[in-house]
Design a protein around this ligand. Structure first.
Ligand code: ZN
Ligand code: CU
Length: 490
């Protein structure tokens, strides 16, 4: 039997959170056909992978790649990390279904300017992804703020019954067309005034589909536990899984509280399917939020529409140069993006190491001076946190970016190296793998990621993307509750 590709003698870390083993892997027709001793088999492409790790392609469960997968389908920032699937539509903002009246409201502008929002229905977005043939697989959530902007003339209030009904129709249609679930960004001004009841009503659309509720909490600062309770209330009401986005303790007064947050998550997980994602850095990034302007920690400006020349500079410096307060400088810079050095490293490590956390980059691909998580999150977990710091064994780090993620989001036949699964794979050097992107030079490909296969097609090798792009649109498959374990569940 001749395979399309044979990867010989790699240490296979299969994504299931168990130790690796050495074997050969034969790929055919986009799938993993055989795992074992294939020393007598032949293939069109043969790779000697001695000393290398073969893992399932990484699943970036938290992205804002909605429009970039169409406009820059080579997806180099992700492919170069070994990422083979991205989940878009997080934090309440999605490219579809959207019909804008004017400029996209903050933070929908993180996905691009008005010209990028040309998908009035989710099915339009899905077709656009399919015809763009991105290099990575794409699955999508529906943003609550996107729905609000379609039906409300003023986002700074809660929705009326008629507006909620209209949002429900759009959410329902999108779920029918394959969306994974609903995301909210309740901390942002464009959704903050949505009362819990508005989200509770929307969440009822998720129930019959077994779809997921993901949330950028109403607060990541002092009231974070109350915000988690709100998220669990919504999930219990709809009887659907809850994924807390980028779980963190934000703000200097909040440092050291990660054990409380994780205890709350664990206790909820006993009776309900819940989990979280996080990125492996102690700095966050988003639009420049006046509520977060402080002198308690460093803030750098990544972009500013009226002052593009300040990208990469500290807010403190800019304010000093202009001889104004931090707040006045921040006002003048609007609209703008920022990196906030507002977390404590010990909290980041505790959350990253917790068994309920998955890795998601939260990278911002439109940002001209992006947070380095866009290019570095996944290799940073493998190199820095697993190998160098010893936070967890390599197979646990891999599990948090593959098997666990695929189970939680119902990405069937992906996330683990098993016969019959799709051949989404990454081959890396465990001794050399490391994130190169940092806060000074954030757009750099990682080292040590040697080859990446997407649906069996070698899509990245020797530091270069290949011309053939093999990503697919991944529609929701089945009931997402099945990817969790809890007392009253499976
Ligand atoms: Zn967010
Ligand atoms: Cu996000």
């Amino acid at each position: 039997m001749t395979y399309d590709t044979l990867i010989r003698q790699a240490l296979i870390i299969d994504g299931s959170n168990t130790e690796g083993y050495v074997a050969d892997v034969g790929l055919r027709d986009g799938r993993i056909e055989t795992i074992g001793d294939l020393s007598t088999a032949a293939a069109v492409h043969e790779i000697d992978a001695t000393g290398r790790v073969l893992a399932p392609g990484f699943i970036d469960v938290h992205t804002h790649d909605d429009t970039v997968v169409i406009r820059q389908p080579q997806m180099l920032p992700k492919l170069s990390q070994g990422v083979t699937t991205v989940i878009v539509g997080n934090c309440g903002i999605s490219a579809s279904p959207v019909s804008l009246r004017s400029d996209p409201p903050d933070p929908m502008n993180l996905l691009g300017s008005a010209a990028a929002f040309v998908y009035p229905r989710f099915s339009d977005y899905r077709s656009a992804v399919e015809s763009a043939h991105p290099a990575v697989n794409v699955a999508a959530l529906i943003g609550h703020t996107a729905l609000r902007s379609n039906h409300m003339d003023d986002l700074h209030r809660t929705a009326t019954a008629a507006e909620i009904a209209a949002m429900r129709v759009q959410l329902h249609e999108s779920l029918e067309a394959g969306a994974l679930g609903l995301s909210t960004g309740l901390a942002y001004a464009s959704a903050f005034n949505a009362e819990t009841d508005e989200v509770l009503q929307l969440s009822e659309e998720l129930t019959a589909f077994g779809a997921v509720y993901t949330t950028h909490l109403r607060s990541e600062f002092e009231p974070v536990l109350e915000a988690m309770d709100e998220a669990f209330l919504i999930g219990r009401h709809a009887q659907v899984p809850v994924i807390i986005s980028h779980l963190k303790c934000a703000g200097a007064g909040n440092w050291g509280r990660s054990p409380q947050l994780l205890a709350a998550l664990e206790s909820a997980a006993k009776t309900h399917p819940v989990g979280c994602d996080c990125y492996p850095y102690a700095a966050s990034s988003s639009t420049l939020d006046l509520k977060q302007v402080t002198d308690a920690f460093r803030i750098t400006i990544t972009w500013s529409t009226p002052h593009p020349e300040v990208g990469g500079r500290d807010l403190q410096d800019i304010a000093g140069e202009w001889d104004v307060s931090l707040m006045d400088a921040a006002r003048r810079l609007q609209p703008a993006g920022a990196v906030y050095y507002g977390m404590d490293e010990a909290d980041v490590r505790r959350i990253l190491a917790h068994p309920l956390s998955m890795v998601g980059s939260d990278g911002l691909p439109e940002d001209p001076f992006p947070h380095p998580r866009l290019w570095g999150a996944f290799p940073r977990v493998l190199g820095h946190f697993s190998r160098d710091v010893g936070l967890f064994p390599l197979h646990t780090g891999v599990h948090k970016m593959t098997g666990l993620s695929a189970a939680r989001f119902g990405l069937s036949e992906r996330g683990e190296i098993r016969e019959g699964h799709w051949a989404d794979l990454v081959l890396f050097d465990p001794l050399r793998v490391r994130d190169v992107a940092d806060f000074k030079a954030p757009q750099c490909a990682a080292e040590g990621i040697e080859s990446v296969w997407v649906n069996g097609v070698q899509s990245y090798s020797n530091g270069q993307a290949n011309t053939q792009r093999a990503g697919r649109f991944l529609a929701r498959s089945g009931d997402l509750r099945q990817g969790f374990k809890w007392e009253s569940g499976t």
